[in-house]
Every structure is written in structure tokens, then in C-alpha cells.
Design a protein around this ligand. Structure first.
Ligand code: ADP
Ligand code: MG
Length: 456
């Protein structure tokens, strides 16, 4: 029974991994686990009080949708916070054993490493061993290894940039895990820029203690998704001071972002020049051979050997990112296990087809407008109003462009959504942004960044 629950849960998580953004999946979903369910109640384990609140307030909506789609119709969803010992439990990717919580808790490793890992924010499954190296990431890999063996001396900061799901978080965390392994006393702190920013706000608003200590006592500070610093002046200033403090004390700093330092909009000159002091390396989509090796390796971790034709089919059809590739693979493997059959080409084709179909369905015009307004820090009535200030006009044009590109709305409908009678403006706006995307880096990045948020 537990085995069936686990299998079903792998499949559901696989789907979530494909649909949700990396940040949202990584922050909440990757550590969510279905323990049991019946018609009345489905019981989940979550990693923290924060994650519990998040599922109760917000994430339950999509969770319920996924559950229902997979035949789980429990009336109530309950979330329990797992103990820190259980947190180290080998995650679903590295085991296909039945995981019932109690006995596994006793198996977890020594208390020291348990607490230091739990506090560090590191995920033990991200290691150098499980990272496949190819020409798209070999430089990044080599630099990471250099930093892991000599933190604070070689490349400081070490800065990775590239699109979503290409292994930045994995590699940065591998450095952290390696350092903790070699030196269990080292204080490694992993944080996403978004969390850093939120904690900083709490610190200034509510005088919450411990903020500076937490970051300034680090031997290694790993900051993920630096692009979230855009537009947050106070946070930039605080991060600048933290950075200097650590750097002057020869502490290692590792940063990731979706773009190089020079292209992060509104990054202050002084932070930009700090980021350029060390080594900035881009990570690209792995080539076909590397994608095949990654697929084979992920299946191998679960003791499954895939037919070469299945491996190649997936490597040919999924070219966007590794996270998606992994999510699709997990669905295929779970499906095969559930029906007790070997994964084959037809199954792979089925899952890939399904994913394509299911993708954009939770986007609405309201969501496009909301997220665009938020992105530019505008109020909804400014975005949809009639003011012609430049800082409103461009976002408005981008909103129209997105309604067209993402939802394929007609021009009159686009005009209507923005409270306009005449649809010629909508036509001009969409054309203007189409052109700007080709010519202007900033507009291109703004549009991409909103597109990413849309599919969260
Ligand atoms: P990013 O931070 O760049 O968005 P992640 O590090 O979260 O990407 O990677 C997404 C998923 O793909 C992770 O589960 C990671 O383990 C996997 N992955 C990415 N690149 C590789 C690789 N080269 N070898 C093995 N797994 C990889
Ligand atoms: Mg990441």
C-alpha cells in the first residue's frame, strides 16, 4: 500500500516539477511528501513551518488540482512538519525503498551533520557525484571543484548565470555539501535572494534579531537567483555590506543569476563591480549526448535501465531544461512502476504529449495583468488607466503583448481587458514590443522574467 502511495506521489510530483517554476518547486514542493490518503483526508509531510503555512494558504489549490487529476479525492488536506532528523532522509530521487517515517528517522546520520545541514539550507542530494559534466557546464564544474577544495581563495565571488533548470542550484549546493563533508565545522549558508530580501524586510520592519549575524558569520555564503534583487534598493545596500564584510574576511561567496552582472537591471554600479571581481561563468543547455547521460544517470539512481531509444527520444524532444527533463522522466518511471511494466517509447511519447497539452491552462488575462503590474510596481488602475507617462506606457504595451503571445487573445479583446475601446493601440503596442524584444535587452529580459512568473 505504502509503495503504491509513494509511486503515485512520484508521478504527481513529476508533474508539478514540470509545471511549476524552479523557485516555487524547489522552495516548497520538492520536499513535500504524501504519507497516506483516503476519501476523508490526505496527509502530507512538509519540511518547515513556513512550508506548512504556504501549503495551507496558497499551494493547496494547485495541489488539490493535481490530486484530483490523479484520482485522489480526499476532502481534507493535512500538513505535518517533519522532524529535522527525517529531513536528511534520502530523498525520492535516490531511493525506491518504501519510506515510512518512523524507522527512517533513527537511521539518519550523526546529530552534528544533521543540524548543520538543516541549518545551512543545503539539500544533500545535490552533489558533484550526481552532476553530469558536458561541454555546456565543464567550466562551471571545474571552478566549483576549485572553490570546494580551497574556499575563499580562488574565485571570489564565483558567479554562475544561465536559464532556469540548467543546474546552477545543483552545482552551488554541491560546493556547499562538499565543503561541509570535508570540514563539518564550516558554516555554509545557502539562501535564495528572495528569502534574503524577505528576511531583511522583516528585520527592518519588526526589528527581528539575528539577520546580520546569520549572514556575516558564514564561512561560505551561497546566494541563489540574484536577479530577484532587481528594484530593491535597500536590500541591495544591505547585501553590498554583507558581501564586503565576508569578502574582506576571505569568506567564499557563490552567486547564481539568470543573467551576467552587467545585465541585471537596476543593479547598482558598486555591486556590479563586486560581482565582477571573481569569476562569472555561464551555464548552457547540455548538448544531446550530455542530455542522454543525464537521463540514464537519473534512471540509474533508481536502479532502472532505460532502453536507448527512450533515452534518445527524451533527449531529442526536451531541449528546454534539465528540470523539465527530470520531471518528465519521473512521470514515466512512476507510470511504469504503477502498471508494473518496463518504460517504453510509447509511454515516453504519451507523457511528453500530455505535458505539452497541460501547460498553459492556469493562466488568465487577470493573471497576466496582475503579474505585469507587480513586476513594474504599478497599481492595477495605473496599468489599465489612461496616463501616458513613460514608466506606465511601456509596461502597458508589454501587458498587451503578453495577452497576445501567451493567451492568443484577439486585439479587440486585448483592448477591452485594458479598459480601451479602440483596438488599434493594441495592435501597435504588440508590434512595438515584438520589435523591442529583438533590439532591446532590457525589454527582452523584462518580458522573459514576467513570462517565467506567469507559469509559476
Ligand atoms: P537551476 O538552478 O539552474 O534552475 P537546478 O540546479 O535546479 O537548475 O537543476 C534542475 C534539475 O536538473 C535539478 O534536479 C538538477 O539535479 C538537475 N540537473 C541539472 N543539470 C544537471 C547535470 N548536469 N547533471 C545532473 N543533473 C542535473
Ligand atoms: Mg536554481
Amino acid at each position: 500500500m505504502q509503495r503504491d502511495v509513494d509511486t503515485l506521489w512520484h508521478s504527481i510530483l513529476g508533474e508539478a516539477q514540470v509545471v511549476l517554476s524552479a523557485a516555487r518547486y524547489g522552495a516548497f514542493w520538492s520536499n513535500l511528501k504524501l504519507i497516506q490518503y483516503d476519501d476523508e483526508e490526505a496527509v502530507f509531510e512538509v519540511i518547515s513551518v513556513f512550508a506548512k503555512a504556504q501549503f495551507e494558504k496558497k499551494e493547496h489549490v494547485y495541489l488539490r488540482e493535481l490530486l484530483e487529476k490523479n484520482g485522489v479525492k480526499s476532502k481534507q488536506l493535512t500538513f505535518h512538519v517533519q522532524s529535522s532528523g527525517a529531513r536528511l532522509r534520502v530523498s525520492r530521487e535516490t531511493t525506491n525503498e518504501v519510506v515510512s517515517s518512523a524507522p527512517v528517522r533513527q537511521q539518519s546520520s550523526s546529530p552534528i551533520s544533521t543540524s548543520s545541514l538543516a541549518q545551512s539550507g543545503l539539500n544533500p542530494r545535490y552533489t558533484f557525484d550526481s552532476f553530469i559534466v558536458g561541454s555546456s557546464n565543464d567550466l562551471a564544474y571545474a571552478a566549483s571543484q576549485g572553490v570546494a577544495s580551497n574556499p575563499g581563495t580562488k574565485y571570489n565571488p564565483l558567479y554562475f548565470y544561465g536559464g532556469v533548470g540548467l543546474g546552477k542550484t545543483h552545482l552551488m549546493q554541491a560546493v556547499g555539501n562538499e565543503i561541509v563533508k570535508n570540514n563539518p565545522g564550516a558554516r555554509v549558508v545557502y539562501v535564495s535572494m528572495e528569502t534574503f530580501g524577505n528576511e531583511f524586510l522583516e528585520y527592518i520592519r519588526f526589528k527581528k534579531k539575528g539577520f546580520s549575524e546569520k549572514y556575516r558569520s558564514a564561512d561560505v555564503l551561497i546566494v541563489d537567483d540574484m536577479q530577484f534583487i532587481t528594484g530593491k534598493e535597500k536590500t541591495q545596500e544591505e547585501f553590498f555590506h554583507t558581501f564586503n564584510f565576508l569578502h574582506q574576511n576571505n569568506k567564499q561567496i557563490i552567486i547564481s543569476s539568470d543573467k551576467p552582472p552587467r545585465s541585471i537591471p537596476t543593479l547598482t554600479e558598486r555591486l556590479r563591480s563586486r560581482f565582477e571581481m571573481g569569476m562569472a561563468i555561464d551555464i548552457q543547455m547540455p548538448d544531446f549526448e550530455t542530455r542522454c547521460a543525464i537521463i540514464a544517470s537519473k534512471a540509474g539512481l533508481l536502479d532502472i535501465t532505460l532502453d536507448q531509444e527512450v533515452v534518445e527520444y527524451l533527449a531529442t524532444h526536451i531541449k528546454t531544461n534539465i528540470r523539465e527533463l527530470e520531471g518528465i522522466l519521473n512521470q514515466i518511471l512512476a507510470h511504469a512502476e504503477l502498471h508494473n511494466v518496463t518504460p517504453d517509447l510509447a509511454m515516453a511519447e504519451g507523457v511528453v504529449g500530455n505535458v505539452r497539452l497541460s501547460r498553459p491552462h492556469h493562466i488568465t488575462s487577470k493573471r497576466v495583468l496582475d503579474i505585469t503590474a507587480k513586476h513594474f510596481q504599478l497599481k492595477m488602475d495605473e496599468l489599465c488607466g489612461s496616463k501616458r507617462d513613460k514608466h506606465i506606457v511601456v509596461p502597458r504595451q508589454i501587458a498587451m503583448y503578453l495577452l497576445r503571445s501567451e493567451l492568443k487573445l484577439s486585439f479587440p479583446k486585448i483592448a477591452h481587458e485594458l479598459g480601451r475601446k479602440d483596438h488599434t493601440t493594441a495592435i501597435h503596442s504588440v508590434e512595438k514590443i515584438e520589435k523591442a524584444i529583438k533590439l532591446d535587452v532590457i525589454v527582452r529580459e523584462q518580458v522573459h522574467s514576467i513570462q517565467e512568473k506567469l507559469y509559476v
